[in-house]
Ligand binder design. Structure first.
Ligand code: GRF
Length: 223
């Protein structure tokens, strides 16, 4: 199954994306920068935050991007929360859902036909799943004396950090690394790898075959 914006003859279509977040929004900010520099054929139609006071909300508003808040604390359980997120996003005309530091599982109900993508600061299936996010990942990597960690961009399914892998890149762990130094090097790779993966999606070059994602050369994606 080829996943991606239906390619057009003349060039890559500008895809419409929703960015979901719960935190500081540096991932969002990076995508805003790539789009502004004309390096990423995408438009962020909406930023949805599960936390009203997430700094990512401020970044979205400063960039003039519509914001939807679905406050997780306002729902008695995850299913009702996820259903509200699903219903709010279903009002937008989206090609892609981009998770950017979003702390919850997606409920792919009305959104089932819209691909969702996520970035994780480790080489899945290592150091991932419920409870493994942000600095907790880097802390575990350092505590276990891991020599190589990295970044994974993957499609999202109904489990944490589990969908078919789109791109990965290794990051060597240094003897004198701290959580902060490792986070910084990993995030530098994230800030290139995520836009690269979304661009491949926009070019219609991602074909999902079971657990595998095949990256098509630009010429072939037109067939
Ligand atoms: C990202 O750096 C990535 O590792 C993971 O969560 C982090 C979110 O950071 N998805 P931010 O909220 O975008 O600053």
């Amino acid at each position: 199954m080829r996943v991606g914006a239906p390619d057009t003859m003349e060039n890559t279509r500008i895809i419409s994306a929703a960015v979901l977040l719960s935190g500081t929004g540096s991932t969002l900010q990076n995508l805003i920068g790539w789009i502004a520099a004309g390096k990423l054929p995408a438009k962020i139609a909406v930023v949805l935050s599960s936390k009203p006071d997430a700094y990512g909300v401020t970044r979205a508003k400063d960039a003039g991007i519509p914001v939807v808040i679905v406050n997780r604390k306002g729902f008695k359980n995850h299913t009702k929360f996820a259903q509200e997120v699903n219903d709010r996003l279903a009002k937008f005309d989206l090609d892609l859902i981009v998770l950017a530091g979003y702390s919850h599982l997606l409920l792919l109900d009305k959104l089932r036909n819209i691909p969702a993508i996520n970035i994780h600061p480790a080489l899945i299936p290592s150091f991932c799943g419920k409870g493994f996010y942000g600095d907790k990942v880097h802390k575990a990597v350092l505590e276990q004396g891991i020599k190589v960690t990295g970044v994974t961009v993957h499609f999202v399914d109904e489990e944490y950090d589990h969908g078919p892998i789109v791109l990965q890149e290794a990051v060597r762990v240094r003897r004198d690394d701290t959580i902060a130094s490792l986070r910084s090097r990993v995030q530098r790779i994230e800030h290139r790898l995520y836009p690269e993966a979304i661009k491949l999606f926009a070019e219609g070059r991602l074909r999902v075959e079971g657990r595998k994602v095949i990256i098509l050369p630009l010429s072939k994606s037109r067939k």
